[in-house]
Design a binder for this molecule. Sequence first.
Ligand SMILES: Cc1cc2nc3c(=O)[nH]c(=O)nc-3n(C[C@H](O)[C@H](O)[C@H](O)COP(=O)(O)O)c2cc1C
Length: 364
Amino acid sequence: MKRKINLISEALMYIIMVLQMLYVFTGNIVHELLGIGFFIALVTHIVIKRKWFKAVFSGKTGRSASRRFGDIVTLLLLLNAVVLMLSSMGVSRTLFPWFSFVTNVDLHRYLATSMLTLALVHGGMHCYYVAKNKRRAVILIVILAAAGIATGLALVPYINRHFRKVEIDLSEKTAGEKLELTEQKPLVVYFTRLGNTDFEEDVDAVSGASLMKIGDEYMGNTELLALMVKDAIDCEIVPITVIGEKYPSSYSETTSVARKEIKDNVRPAIREIDISEYDKIILSYPIWWGTVPAPVATFLENNDLSGKTVYLLATQGSAGFASSTRDVERMAKGAQVIEGLSIYSDDIPDARAEIAEWLKSVFE
Ligand SMILES: Cc1cc2nc3c(=O)[nH]c(=O)nc-3n(C[C@H](O)[C@H](O)[C@H](O)COP(=O)(O)O)c2cc1C
């Protein structure tokens, strides 16, 4: 009976770990509930395996080198699980909003990656103990470890970028604290993929992380950020719009086109934007291949920004500002460039309050 419960709890943990990596499809509430399920399965597993602690901590010698390695992996796994549990509660939006310890989202992702990797190695070690061909078992463990790391660091971000679509209530998400600026209002200039995409007949053919669904309409992340700024300080917002060939509706194709543009220093033609009456510009853009999208580079190089201040408001899928700040400084000749916020794409729908705080600190 114990054996059966243990097997079920182990299988559940592996299944939940895979499902947790697919949270772009399961959604936040399912992700949080599954997280709780995971920890219940883990506690069950620990209770059943409690004799293992005795064996490890009894100080009895005689455990082989491979057993000791397996013990270290298991201890690290437990430590990882505890910190991951704290960070899961810290980043929780629905079930533990009052818990504000270890709130870093990036840290949560790294902990999930190391958890998956250690769990796979832990499972692999059980195969090693019973394997006849130990060399093959070692190869299996190395492959499992590499798969865990690759899944957490590459596959999951890739899936997120390609499939994330979030339904939001636009008026609810953009509404919030209003700020009265005493000085001249800044102009918000933003670029978003969606406004520069070559739609095919069916708008649903557009794929990608950047999509917010508002009723039947889609909106890019950066446009939503610009609307949040507009709501907070009642200022003008202007999109950077390419003229001529737009970006393909497929996310993957867009990434290829964008990569080539950035590599070849292409400057796509854009609609003119009159910035002459503004001293302060909030430039909002998604990070593309670690820098600003090529049409943003066109904007920066086509306009005289000398003497102006450019505040950066970026959105990204994990990169922070990457090298965009340095690149904007180089392209916006004579301008003072100030890093503002770089908001992770998942966090954009709920970024209104953070944006208001930032605007207050800069403009009030
Ligand atoms: C062509 C392309 C390249 C991207 N490159 C990166 C990148 O290097 N680093 C990153 O963190 N996110 C990257 N992303 C993700 C976007 O920065 C992120 O999804 C952003 O919120 C999209 O904003 P938008 O909807 O306004 O276009 C890329 C997205 C696209 C379409």
